[in-house]
Write a protein that binds this ligand. Sequence first.
Ligand SMILES: N[C@@H](CCC(=O)N[C@@H](CS)C(=O)NCC(=O)O)C(=O)O
Length: 217
Amino acid sequence: MSIELYVFPPSPRAFKVLVVANHLKIPYTTHLVDLGKGEQRASGYAALNPNMRMPTLKDGDFVLWEANAILQYLALQRPESGLLPADERGRLDVTRWQFWDLAHWDSACAIFIFENVVKPRLLGIDEPDRAALARGEESFHRAAKVLNEQLRGRPYVTGTTLTLADVSLGAVLNLTDGAHLPVGDYAEIRRWYAGLAALPAWQRTLDETRRPPATRV
Ligand SMILES: N[C@@H](CCC(=O)N[C@@H](CS)C(=O)NCC(=O)O)C(=O)O
């Protein structure tokens, strides 16, 4: 039985899971958790993920939520890929950036996504909260400066090879235009993201996330 992924494909948190599965050629089936219809609160889904958020992975009787943990689970299916390095220090470096993602990067970007994408497209609210966006700007620039400097002289976040750190941090930039993420001054971030977006699996996943998944929860 293949891995089951419960996702709302327009979300970068779903994208990061799907792109890793595609990059590693891991077979999976998807179940749509339509956030626009509140399907994350359906009792069957809430039994899998008590947070009532997506994504969630189910592999037989093993259930895992939190996108960055799911990425590690997928990478461990193909250790030879190097997406999660085998050596302890390399692995901790990747894990560090995945933690940093949730603590600083994802949380800053999420403000822009909520105000400029989710509100108008899913909630029918056209006017963004200016105070929230101002807080988002401050958090975004503080984090973006760190990421931009880290990428200087490095093709990827942790060095010369693609790892989960790149996927965790790069997925959100798919929404740069729609969310108005202010990446304009960060040349290293833009150069690095262009490389990610050129990956065949990235392209395929972008195509796939524009189509509805086969089944529903
Ligand atoms: N830290 C979690 C965040 C998951 C999350 O917040 N997912 C959002 C969509 S991007 C969600 O399902 N929201 C539904 C809701 O808040 O009702 C992860 O990275 O997996």
